[in-house]
Design a protein around this ligand. Structure first.
Ligand code: AMP
Ligand code: MG
Length: 490
């Protein structure tokens, strides 16, 4: 008899698995040959109330799905989605939801194995994931968390000891993903499309209980839920914009109703500022370019509203009017979040008419000169501290003019330059997961050396403070790197 799997403190309560059956399919992970733990997130384990020591000692078996933690009920979730504008039925083709863990402080989180083997929804795929992309998701999602941006998180990446067939054979790996939930806009699209009586309502009740409990007592819970998601997305995308994050594949199946960033496939960060920046090799039209993200978020929310219509009270006409009213608030909400973030990046705490213009003018200069987004903003605090424009004797008169205007604006701040510096230091990261640094760490890891990966992860954990350790990680790529490309279908 095999001994019971050590109990590290998991407390599962799998409410999604109690929803109507058409929303999911039982999906036991497919065992792998030789599990090996590549990275493990000790601080996240502690945050979840899980004993990291016990987990680590138990090895990688749980993180590839060879062993299930007590209480897990593995399922694959059904969903649909608009991919690059086209509606498709999808579902977890290579992700297995182990269940929902209740943390000691009362949160409910999904625990999912990405790359855990074939499911009913795998279509032609192998249900597997490669090591590089899973480590990449680990790095970037944890960096986003440290930047203060809502995101799914990564508990571990474990190698499978098996090869996955892509263009070339690649080492396989499984990512253990932690999320507020994995309910997507596409999950609602699926429930609406199936049209089974009670299905949409059951999903909605579940999502409301998890993500918008206040909507339960609203006049119209479906409309209140939509409003909640609209607000979360407006806030989320504004945060992406302020760190130069390009999601890369904002299909409706990759938008979580929890308001967390999800599905780190072809994402990347801006080095030089460029509103048209696209990194994904499959995004030929630039649909998901950096500057398009707010309008795509809105487009996706319209798809959510359409899916929710059948659950909205009243007749069709009044229901459409109700959701339209909510959708129309997106722009103002986004603008409010964006402007608040922009002010903070400039060190401003009181609102003035010209603030948006001041911010846009700096972006305009960056776009015109190909300036580095992160280092420019991170450098503002030091300029405010010294009180003089660094461009004073340089040829770039336009920057000089801008710094002068901005320093004059800071004199009207109640906290003066000192207060502004503190605000900026909390809003402008000095280090982000630079594409070239991520690639370098992944290449070393692929060659068997994970010291660079560990060093990068450590540096990204504290992105707002200048330290000796993060000094080499602050700058953009060396010149001559060429345009950075990312790939989907990883
Ligand atoms: P993504 O581009 O990662 O958001 O995935 C889009 C859809 O393709 C989802 O339904 C995935 O589950 C599915 N998928 C991606 N890769 C695989 C794979 N290797 N095997 C099976 N399904 C996959
Ligand atoms: Mg996806």
């Amino acid at each position: 008899m095999t001994p019971p799997f050590p109990d590290a403190g998991w407390r599962f309560d799998n409410s999604y698995a109690r929803l109507p059956e058409s929303l999911f399919e039982p999906a036991p992970p497919v065992p792998v040959q030789r599990p090996g733990l590549l990275v493990f997130n000790e601080p996240l384990a502690a945050d979840l109330g899980i004993d990291g020591g016990i987990l680590r000692a138990a090895g990688a078996a749980m993180f590839v799905g060879n062993e299930l933690p007590p209480g897990a009920e593995p399922i694959a979730q059904a969903y649909a989605g608009h991919q690059f504008g086209h509606f498709t039925n999808l579902g977890d083709g290579r992700a297995i939801l182990l269940g929902e863990h209740l943390t000691p402080d009362g949160r409910r989180v999904d625990l999912q194995l990405k790359g855990g083997g074939r499911t009913r929804y795998s279509r032609g795929g192998d249900g597997r994931a490669a090591e590089g992309p899973m480590l990449r998701e680990y790095i970037i999602s944890e960096a986003m968390h440290a930047l203060g941006i809502p995101t799914t998180r990564s508990l571990a990446v474990a190698s499978t000891g098996e090869w996955v067939r892509r263009e070339t054979p690649l080492p396989g790996a499984v990512l253990t993903r932690v999320a507020a939930s994995h309910i997507r806009v596409g999950t609602f699209q699926y429930a609406a499309a199936v049209g089974e009586p009670g299905l949409l309502q059951a999903l909605l009740d579940h999502a409301i209980a998890r993500h918008a409990p206040a909507a339960t007592s609203a006049d119209d819970p479906a409309v209140a839920f939509l409003e909640h998601v609209v607000e979360q997305q407006a806030s989320l995308v504004a945060k992406w914009m302020h760190v130069g994050f390009v999601h890369g594949v904002m299909n409706t199946d990759n938008m979580a109703v929890s308001g967390e960033t999800i599905d780190y496939g072809p994402c990347a960060f801006l080095d030089t500022y460029d509103p048209a920046a696209v990194f994904s090799s499959i995004d030929q039209q630039g649909r998901y370019a950096y500057g398009n993200q707010p309008s795509i978020a809105h487009w996706n929310l319209v798809r959510l509203a359409e899916a929710l219509l059948a659950a909205v009270r009243g007749n069709e006409e009044t229901a459409i009017a109700a959701v339209r009213g909510v959708l129309e608030t997106f722009s103002a909400r986004y603008e409010r979040h964006y402007l608040a973030g922009a002010r903070a990046k400039l060190g401003l705490t009181v609102a003035e008419e010209g603030d948006r213009r001041l911010f846009d003018d700096l972006l305009g200069l960056l776009a015109a000169t190909g300036g580095d987004f992160t280092t420019t903003f991170a450098g503002l605090a030091a300029i405010a501290e010294s009180g003089t424009s660094p461009a004073a004797d340089a040829a770039d008169a336009a920057f000089h003019e801008w710094y002068g205007r901005w320093l004059a604006r800071l004199t009207r701040e109640p906290g003066g330059r000192v207060g502004a510096v503190a605000v900026m230091r909390g809003s402008n990261p000095v280090v982000i997961p630079r594409n070239h640094r991520v690639e370098e760490a992944l290449a070393a890891a692929a060659a068997g050396d994970r010291t660079m990966l560990e060093r990068l992860l450590a540096v990204l954990r504290d992105p707002y403070v200048e330290t000796a350790a993060n000094e080499p990680y602050r700058g953009g790529p060396p010149s001559g790197c060429g345009r950075y490309r990312t790939f989907c279908g990883t």
